[in-house]
Design a protein around this ligand. Structure first.
Ligand SMILES: NC(=O)c1ccc[n+]([C@@H]2O[C@H](COP(=O)([O-])OP(=O)(O)OC[C@H]3O[C@@H](n4cnc5c(N)ncnc54)[C@H](O)[C@@H]3O)[C@@H](O)[C@H]2O)c1
Length: 312
């Protein structure tokens, strides 16, 4: 039986669980949350939507990782989310304890799983999960770049009055201030982005994408973005599991937080890079032809993450 487990049935976990259930790719989607009947309640609610959305995936809610059972893929969203005035880094202490404990349980229950880490600060949490589980780095991947890329593409499509499909771009580096959006790789309808939009407009779009998480936090007033984040996490799992939806392309290069071994001149640690995912995690770190300036920005992002990890 194929099973995916989503740990943390909060806002992000609910959307991820819903997307995975609706994909029909797995026999069972299990939500895990230690808050009372939350996971069971969300699981039942998602189950009720099956006849409406046309899926029959079994959706179960549990309080512990052990009750979920062995899974091929595990998404970790458990932990605190940002509230207005908080940066992602403010979450590091509390979330490292939660995520570390859960990761150790996942290693026991699902020793062969691929783990997608969502909990913030995601760059640091991904490295923490890899260290706690001892899994090969290919099987511990952070979700950030796919979301940041989608944010930039959506904002650019609105600005240029084109469809999302006509905008191609990839966000690398860190999830936050050190997000790197290489304009050498960004196109609108196949043309270099700077041939279509002026430089000031593009700079504004990059800044807005970089700060989109904070923009949503400010608007919500309570909690942080969850629709695009939950969708992104599910999409990464579906890319690996072959449950490709309408917008996914098999073997497509996407951005994810992964551990380079020399690619882009970066060795060790975790940072957002272009990858191709396969059934057992990272199949390949794709080496794009970046400009010298983009490479410098990427290496500084990796160095900044490494510094934060060593301070944890
Ligand atoms: N990587 C990204 O791009 C990205 C994007 C959005 C949100 N996030 C992060 O994802 C995390 C979840 O965000 P959210 O909006 O879903 O928050 P949320 O508060 O809605 O949900 C978190 C859930 O985790 C559960 N939880 C806490 N400790 C647990 C434990 N030990 N075992 C099981 N469940 C536990 C809580 O009960 C809660 O239901 C946050 O850290 C947030 O910052 C990351």
């Amino acid at each position: 039986m194929s099973r995916v487990t989503v740990i943390g049935a909060g806002n992000v976990g609910t959307i991820a669980g819903m997307s995975l259930a609706a994909s029909g790719r797995f026999d069972e989607v299990v939500l895990v949350d230690n808050a009372g009947g939350r996971a069971a309640g969300i699981a039942l609610d998602i189950t009720h939507s099956g006849p409406l959305l046309g899926f029959s995936t079994r959706v179960r809610g549990e309080r512990t990782v052990a009750e979920a059972g062995a899974s091929e893929y595990v998404i970790i969203t458990a932990g605190r989310a940002r509230t207005p005035g908080m940066g992602r880094a403010d979450l590091v202490g509390v979330n490292a304890a939660i995520v570390g404990d859960l990761a150790a349980q996942v290693a026991q229950v699902s020793p062969g799983a691929v783990i997608v880490v969502v909990t913030n600060p995601v760059d640091e949490m991904t490295q923490h999960v890899q260290a706690v589980t001892g899994f090969p780095t290919e099987r511990v991947i952070g979700m950030a770049g796919l979301l940041d890329s989608a944010r930039f593409r959506a904002l650019t499509a609105l600005e240029a009055k084109v469809t999302n499909e006509e905008v191609s771009a990839i966000a690398l580096g860190s999830h936050g201030d050190e997000m790197v959006l290489p304009l050498s790789q960004a196109t609108i309808d196949g043309r270099p982005i700077l041939d279509v939009l002026d430089a000031d407009t593009v700079d504004g779009l990059v800044d807005r994408a970089r700060n989109s998480g904070g923009e949503v936090v400010g608007l919500l007033g309570n909690g942080s973005a969850f629709v695009a984040p939950g969708t992104s996490a599910a999409r990464m799992v579906l890319d690996m599991a072959g449950g490709f939806g309408r917008s996914a392309v098999a073997g497509e290069t996407i951005s994810a937080t992964v551990a380079p071994s020399g690619q882009y001149g970066i060795d060790g640690g975790y940072v957002g890079l272009p990858v191709r995912l396969g059934p057992t995690g990272v199949a390949e770190i794709v080496e794009l032809d970046l400009s010298d300036d983009e490479l410098t920005q990427l290496r500084s992002a990796a160095a900044a993450i490494a510094e934060r990890v060593s301070a944890m």
